[in-house]
Design a protein around this ligand. Structure first.
Ligand SMILES: Nc1nc2c(c(=O)[nH]1)N[C@H]1C(S)=C(S)[C@@H](COP(=O)(O)OP(=O)(O)OC[C@H]3O[C@@H](n4cnc5c(=O)[nH]c(N)nc54)[C@H](O)[C@@H]3O)O[C@H]1N2
Ligand SMILES: Nc1nc2c(c(=O)[nH]1)N[C@H]1C(S)=C(S)[C@@H](COP(=O)(O)OP(=O)(O)OC[C@H]3O[C@@H](n4cnc5c(=O)[nH]c(N)nc54)[C@H](O)[C@@H]3O)O[C@H]1N2
Ligand code: SF4
Ligand SMILES: [Mo]
Length: 707
């Protein structure tokens, strides 16, 4: 806590490291060399524009949280019971290295599975673990949990992962926020939308299964059933063709099979789309006319609507609208999902790509339950996983099909090392826990997903306790495992790697970038709007994509043209409700569930149920309900809410399991069945039954739940 003798606080540029498309430029108040104060959005950055979310503004709560891990820990209790004793870094790292060597001697190197995700989005601290993997030929990693449904869907049409400059939203006359709860998940979008509304009288349309905070602000909210966006897109395109809103010259020049698409859509009219989406035909026609009449129409395509088994097809279908009207030709028009493709990084040094062994088996992140419980196909007929190094992720909470994940982590013959900032539920399953720095305590390099900036975040304060950065842990393990000499990356500092990577990728060097704070990588208008061609050999947008180019799964049942691909977990008599597990505003995945203001604001795990459904079920506001399917059941509190269609329920996540009445979290219900074309997790596509459990006592609020 603040040192009272300290000088006046100083302000420093940094970057939000969390897994959020906004990647905000920050202005951090430093009170002394160990303490930060308030965090602000950087006012000079034209995407951040001085706005950040409340949870990061209060970041001091997280950095200086009394529960931050401060020393390495060795498990002394049963897996998961939370009993640990401190030990020295040397002893801890020796134990980890020895366990990995023993596992390798018994089963071969591919028995060790480094497992990580995007707790930090810093390129060095997040992806450096791959260098150790490659040096040791440990099991490979198929990252799939977040973007594998959405990216292929977007790239299927455009051929690449970029689009209209996100700042052009402010110059648009119609912004369509499609399947992203921007107010909660990437607040900066709303800043640019608000400008368009104020300065140009632009309209905002939100397409989402529930009346979330973003939908509350919209001129038009299309509250469809989850997993039916492909049907909506088809119904809208039907009207666009029929009523003369299709730009035929653009279609002839820039798209693949417009005539075939038009014929195909003839049977997919608003009445057909209405029967699938639950929207009225009038709503669909009204939206189609608004979209068709507006040249500067901006599709802001989110991740949320891709988290269904047909999510890639739905993302592609939605992206087709801009090609039908030729909205791409106009400023403030077109579509945007992510800027992943504009940065052309050279990742050789960070990830050790020059020592990669391409034959090492790839194990699927989202199938962690199946992998750890010994599914032969998931293990690629190879040895069991008997040792893991986990950084930046909390699979015991965030991964689908939790019952199996828990069974896997509970295995006695599995050695787990978790490098973490907090004793998460994953860390509680570890044999060795290592304390990790936060972004304010180490150097790294960041790219905007929802904007176009690269930025450097420098170490601003001393590490809390004995915590160490990910890079240092990887280098120390490499040394103990005898591979430190196999790659120069193990001998360099994070800062040196940042500098080399920037230069090798054609960007300003580290000192220059740090001095200028951010670098704008936005491609010019012609290129961003694909007026120089889409990224396919013939330069044409694909209404009929080659799905085999964007995924590794069996694509034989995927539709040739935009459609309602009915592979979702449909409601049945046995499972009459469709569950969406949308993100909570005050959490970021499982992060911030530990900070007092965030958990207080979210209060407790709840499920939103339509009043009519609640009445039929005999459920009342605040009463207990059990949700279940063949994967398991969870018990939580009801919120009666008319901002959903009947038969749709929404539970905002991702709460730690222990906050649920029986200690089983929402991902007990979600499936891990790896959809086409490229796997991933269909978090918002779950059929469940719902039962009122009025007789049971209600659960206290979050701040009363013991840690
Ligand atoms: N506050 C907060 N911010 C976050 C996160 C968080 O957990 N909390 N997570 C971060 C991460 S990792 C990511 S990837 C991004 C994701 O951010 P988004 O792109 O916003 O995606 P989701 O958060 O999955 O879901 C957003 C919305 O999709 C809706 N949705 C679900 N199913 C459907 C559907 O079938 N059709 C349509 N049209 N909409 C649907 C949900 O109801 C929800 O309102 O957000 C990041 N930002
Ligand atoms: N039901 C449901 N489940 C979901 C989702 C959903 O919408 N619904 N969303 C899914 C999505 S989109 C995603 S991306 C995943 C994300 O799931 P996770 O990757 O697990 O998400 P986070 O909570 O962002 O980060 C995990 C951990 O990283 C740690 N961490 C942060 N920085 C560092 C660091 O520098 N070093 C180390 N060693 N650790 C660090 C944090 O303390 C945190 O505990 O969750 C998925 N799960
Ligand atoms: S909006 Fe997203 S990027 Fe910006 S501060 Fe909040 S979590 Fe970080
Ligand atoms: Mo994500």
């Amino acid at each position: 806590m603040p040192d009272s003798s300290a000088a006046k606080p100083t302000r420093h540029h940094s970057v939000c490291p969390h897994d959020c498309p906004s990647t905000c430029a920050l202005d951090v108040e430093r009170i002394d060399s160990r303490t930060i104060g308030r965090v602000y959005g950087h006012a000079d950055n034209d995407y951040t524009a001085g706005v950040i979310c409340a949870k990061v503004a209060r970041y001091a709560e997280r950095v200086h949280h009394p529960d931050r891990l401060k020393t390495p820990l060795r498990r002394i209790g049963e897996k998961g019971d939370g009993r640990f004793a401190p030990l020295s870094w040397n002893d801890a790292l020796d134990e980890v290295a020895n366990a990995f060597i023993r596992a390798e001697q018994k089963h071969g190197s591919e028995t060790v599975w480094p497992y990580f995700y995007a707790g930090t989005m810093g390129l060095v601290q997040r992806d450096g673990i791959n260098r150790l993997r490659h040096a040791k030929r440990y099991a490979g990693y198929f990252q799939s949990i977040c973007v594998n449904l959405s990216w292929p869907g977007y790239m299927a049409g455009t051929g690449t992962l970029r689009g209209t400059d996100p700042r052009e939203m402010a110059e648009s006359d119609l912004v369509v926020i499609w399947g992203t709860n921007a107010v909660a998940t990437q607040v900066n979008v709303m800043h640019h939308v608000t400008r368009a509304r104020k300065e140009r009288g632009a309209k905002l349309v939100v397409i989402d299964p529930y009346r979330n905070a973003t939908a509350e602000t919209a001129d038009l909210h299309l509250m469809l059933r989850p997993g039916t966006d492909g049907a909506l897109a088809c119904g809208v395109m039907h009207v666009l063709f029929k009523e003369g809103f299709a730009d035929r010259a653009y279609l002839a020049k820039f798209t693949d099979v417009p005539d075939e698409l038009e014929r195909h859509l003839q049977t997919r009219d608003p009445a057909w789309a209405s029967s699938i989406t639950g929207l009225s035909a009038d709503e669909i026609v009204g939206f189609a006319r608004l979209y068709g009449q507006t040249k500067r129409s901006f599709l802001r395509l989110g991740y949320g609507f891709s988290r269904s088994r047909n999510g890639s097809a739905n993302m592609h279908a939605a992206s087709c609208l801009a090609a039908v009207t030729g909205a791409w030709q106009h400023r403030g028009g077109g579509a945007f999902h992510s800027n992943g493709a504009i940065y052309h990084w050279n990742r050789t040094l960070i990830e050790g790509l020059d020592i990669e062994d391409p034959v090492t088996r790839l194990l699927d992140q989202s199938r962690i339950g199946a992998v750890l419980t010994g599914d032969k196909a998931d293990l690629k007929d190879g040895p069991p996983v008997t040792a893991m190094l986990i950084q930046n992720t909390n699979p015991m909470v965030v991964a689908p099909n939790q019952t199996r994940v828990r069974a896997g982590f509970s295995r006695d013959d599995l050695f787990t090392c978790v490098h973490e900032q907090f004793l998460t539920e994953t860390a509680q399953m570890a044999d060795i826990v290592l304390p990790a720095t936060t972004f304010l305590e180490h150097d790294d390099l960041y790219q905007g997903g929802g904007n176009q900036y690269i930025q450097i975040g420098r170490k601003l304060i001393e590490p809390v306790g004995e915590s160490r950065e990910n890079h240092a842990v990887i280098c120390e393990l490499a040394r103990r495992l005898g591979v430190a000499d196999t790659h120069r990356g193990f001998k360099m500092s994070a800062w040196e790697i940042v500098d080399w990577t920037l230069k090798a990728s054609g960007w300003p060097d580290a000192e220059t970038l740090a001095a200028q704070k951010w670098h704008d990588c936005q491609p010019e208008f012609e290129h961003a709007h694909f007026l120089d061609g889409f990224k396919h050999p013939d330069g044409r947008f694909r209404f009929a994509p080659d799905w085999s180019k964007v995924g590794v799964k069996d694509i034989s049942t995927m539709p040739r043209l935009p459609d309602h691909w009915n592979v979702i977990e449909v409601a049945t008599e046995e499972h009459p409700f469709r569950l969406v597990t949308a993100p909570a505003r005050n959490f970021l995945n499982s992060s911030f569930t530990e900070t007092p203001t965030s958990s207080k604001r979210e209060a407790r795990p709840t499920v939103m149920i339509h009043p009519e459904d609640a009445r039929t079920l005999g459920v009342t506001e605040g009463g207990l309900v059990r949700l279940g399917n063949r994967r398991g059941s969870v018990l939580l509190h009801a919120r009666i809410f008319d901002g959903v269609q009947r038969g749709v329920i929404v539970s905002e996540s991702v709460w730690p399991n222990r906050h649920f009445i029986e200690g089983k979290g929402i991902n007990t219900l979600t499936g891990d069945d790896s959809p086409a074309p490229n796997g991933g997790a269909a978090f918002h596509d779950t059929a469940v039954w719902v039962r009122g459990e009025a007789a049971r006592a209600a659960r206290p609020l979050a701040e009363e739940v013991p840690a």
